[in-house]
Write a protein that binds this ligand. Structure first.
Ligand code: ZN
Length: 260
């Protein structure tokens, strides 16, 4: 009897396990998925992981539907009945490609989503990324935001200037968050509920300031599920990357991570 087929199978299984963490235990709760851009082009960005191609995004929505998830905005997910199989879609930075490439696919499936806006740059671009070799990308303008809101998209805050909120003085922090909420309320005709911390950075002081500015649900970038005992000002999310294959995405929906 030859040993090598067994050894090869063993090595193959090890390699598979190292790439795909199928052995992670399932986690209960709702996945809150985090996206940035839905675009095919890379335009030499140093952050290709944050650009998911439209075809891959469409397949991911199909996977969610096949698996019986009701896919909705963050606020709707927070109000879902316990036991409902729910997933939320979130988009940071409010890039124009949300309107062009993401929303038509989401809307066609009757799903919902939340978009987090950098309020000083409505109709502008990702100026906070400049100087890092990241290409300039246009952001949703006021008319687009109003139109999308009328179609059911939830909009939340992502800071007025996309600054690291943990680096600001208490005065600067309060000012940035007040400007963010005022701008959104003015545009939407009601206070925005959701917030996403720029760069995922926050501490207790930042959380309190976000709540004082009228936001009651804030998203981090820490991996995990939205569950009944989740701190609503530190909601974990699952980052969906350009490199994610179908198996990565499926594993993330139940285990929050597919690999390290
Ligand atoms: Zn951002």
């Amino acid at each position: 009897m030859s040993w090598w087929p067994v050894a090869l199978a063993g090595l193959g299984a090890l390699a598979f396990s190292a790439r795909y963490h199928w052995w992670r235990s399932r986690q209960s709760g709702a996945p809150v998925l985090m996206y940035h851009q839905i675009v095919q082009e890379l335009d030499s960005t140093p952050l290709p992981k944050l650009r998911v191609p439209p075809q891959a995004f469409a397949r991911q929505l199909g996977t969610l539907a096949q698996r019986g998830f009701k896919v909705m905005s963050l606020s709707q997910a927070l109000e879902a009945e316990p036991g409902d199989r729910v997933a939320a879609l979130t988009f940071d930075d409010a890039f124009q490609d949300f309107a062009d490439n993401a929303w038509p696919l989401i809307k066609a499936r009757g799903m919902g989503a939340t978009v987090f806006v950098v309020t000083s740059q409505i109709g502008g671009s990702n100026v906070w990324d400049q100087g890092k070799g990241i290409p300039s990308v246009p952001l949703l303008d006021a008319e687009q935001i109003k139109e999308l809101a009328a179609q059911g998209v939830e909009f939340g805050g992502h800071g007025h200037q996309h600054r690291d909120l943990t680096s600001l003085s208490p005065g600067e922090l309060a000012q940035d968050l007040a400007a963010c909420q005022e701008t959104l309320s003015g545009l939407l005709g009601k206070p925005a509920r959701g917030f996403a911390y720029p760069y995922g950075l926050f501490n207790d002081g930042v959380k309190q300031a976000v709540a004082r500015a009228g936001f009651s649900a804030a998203c981090s970038t820490r991996p995990g599920m939205l569950a009944a005992d989740t701190d609503s000002l530190a909601i974990p999310r699952i980052i969906v990357k350009r490199s994610d294959q179908a198996l990565d995405f499926a594993l993330k929906l139940s285990r929050t991570k597919s690999r390290w």
